[in-house]
Ligand binder design. Structure first.
Ligand code: DQA
Length: 147
């Protein structure tokens, strides 16, 4: 079973989804997103481990832990997308396929959001689809890894 697990990682402030800037991020909570991802993933033959942290090192630890029991990583690195070489290096180090998700279209927002260190490591980048972006990422892995 372990060979069919996806790691779902959400970075800083995403624990506040639902009430955080709803005009930008919508009203869906992180718990609802995680439940939906698990549902779609199970239908595609995957198990999901969901992690959210506001701390860069905790995200690095969660990514490193995936190398022993996950087949792919879905990550919304949030603000660390734009700042963290450590998160990008952790993803690079585990060598698993990565799908980067952003709820908002970061390219249509402030210039400092246009660059993501994680995008250079990701096989696929999904931005602007809201919570549906996470489902697209699961579908990507179902296609990429077979169901
Ligand atoms: C985000 C976009 C980032 O720029 C921002 O810092 C976030 C969320 C998104 O999902 O749209 O926290 O990753």
């Amino acid at each position: 079973m372990t060979e069919r697990r996806l790691l779902l990682v959400n970075g800083p402030n995403l624990n506040l989804l639902g009430t955080r800037q709803p005009e930008v991020y919508g009203t869906t909570t992180l718990a609802e997103i995680e439940a939906r991802v698990a549902e779609v993933a199970v239908a595609a033959g995957f198990d999901v481990r969901a992690v959210q942290s506001n701390h860069e090192g905790a995200l690095v630890d969660a990514i490193q832990a995936a190398r022993t029991d996950c087949v792919g990583i879905i990550i919304n690195p949030a603000a660390y997308s734009h700042t963290s070489i450590a998160v990008a290096d952790a993803l690079r180090s585990v060598g698993l396929p990565v799908a980067e998700v952003h709820l908002s279209n970061i390219h249509a927002r402030e210039p400092f959001r246009h660059h993501s260190y994680v995008s250079a490591v990701a096989e696929v980048v999904i931005a602007g689809a809201g919570p549906l972006g996470y489902e697209f990422a699961v579908q990507f892995f179902a296609d990429r890894l077979g169901s």
